[in-house]
Design a protein around this ligand. Sequence first.
Ligand code: PLP
Length: 439
Amino acid sequence: MNNKELTERFNKVYVNAHSNMRASLDSFGQRFFIARAEGSHMWDADGNEFIDYMHAFGPNILGAHNPEISQAMIEFLQTRPPMIGGGALFTPEDVELGERLVKHIPCAETVKLNITGTDAVQLAIRLARVYTGRPRFIRFHDQYHGWADNTMGGRYDENAEGRPFALQGHPDDYRYTEGKAPGANEQSFMIPFNEIEILEETLKKYGDEVCMIMMEPLVLNHGGMKPYPGYLEKVRSLCDEYGVVLCFDEIQTGFRLDIGGAQAYYGVTPDIATFAKCAGGGLPLSVLAGKMEIMKLIAENRVLGPGTFNGFSLSIISALASIKIMERDDCAVFKQLEQTTQYIKKGLLEIIKRRDLKIGIQDETGVLYPIFGVDPDFVFYFDRDLKLDKSSGIRFFQELAMRGIVIHPDGRFFISTVLSDEDIEKTLEACDDSLGAMF
Ligand SMILES: Cc1ncc(COP(=O)(O)O)c(C=O)c1O
């Protein structure tokens, strides 16, 4: 059965892709059905080979079936079912994992497990409301916190009169969805990232309504936009001043930048934080980590966060095996990731300069973003003046896919620990040819 036949059958039974974010869908000219994967390589139903920089949108940072993770899961399945009990029964490995999370994540005095990132974010919002007694949270333009009504879509409304609610239904908003519950938009204010005066002004006017600031500390959902030097520290101190809970959404940055996430990487500790993606060693698992005085609302049953598959046992086994690998040799994995990231970045910049192209490469450990239409030494902090050229990102994705390289459909490269020198060489060659075809 080849990709074409599988596509026809797929389209008869599935209404769309399993994760149907508008931008991702636009990128795929065809569907790929992966028949086999090994390390950094995947083979589709037609026998095409790909080097994987998409990582299933993030989780597969250690590559396909890492032998230690696979072995731990096989041994577990030989003795117990994939799920033990969620709320009532546990495995000894639950304890081992929890101890490691608390050890490594700076804000984690205690943790709670769910399945998806969306779950963890919603629980964080609920906790912050009860902890502060205030109704609304602040989120940021072009960040993403899952698909629930109160976090999905919206744009900063520069002309908002009064409370800065997100503008809905803007044609540039590829995260806009119809069908949200009435009032969902009024649960949050939306402001631009990195513009501290606007945050300060918002808190000055409406701080007594704000329970929480929810932010991607490094905006991996938007061009890898970096926090401006000193910005996170200032946000931290504003939260203290106004009694607002600071939540870092580390669902992208967690276990990628550092074993302790962006909060360890940047040295700014939030009150609570959400993790998913890389946290589960490739299996679904999300973590809400935070200060005891907030999290204890769960122990007191004032805040509920149930879910049949919360703390999915097999995911705990894979998460534990994955964290043990990450801990090894003083967390050498992250130094390796940084070296590989910088090596690929250097190669890309050489190509860009040789071809005299206007493309910058935004980077942070384990992730690279080509930014089209800017000088090669450009660093992306403020998005007000720069409309990301998404269509070039999509075209780059398509050109690379034809040459055996799969990146994230928005143009980003997730870097794994299993890339060989040969993989990187092939990748750079494919980038050179793809950019040659594009410009
Ligand atoms: C920063 C961030 N938060 C939350 C989510 C939602 O996580 P999930 O897709 O597991 O629900 C995502 C997903 O991409 C994310 O990138």
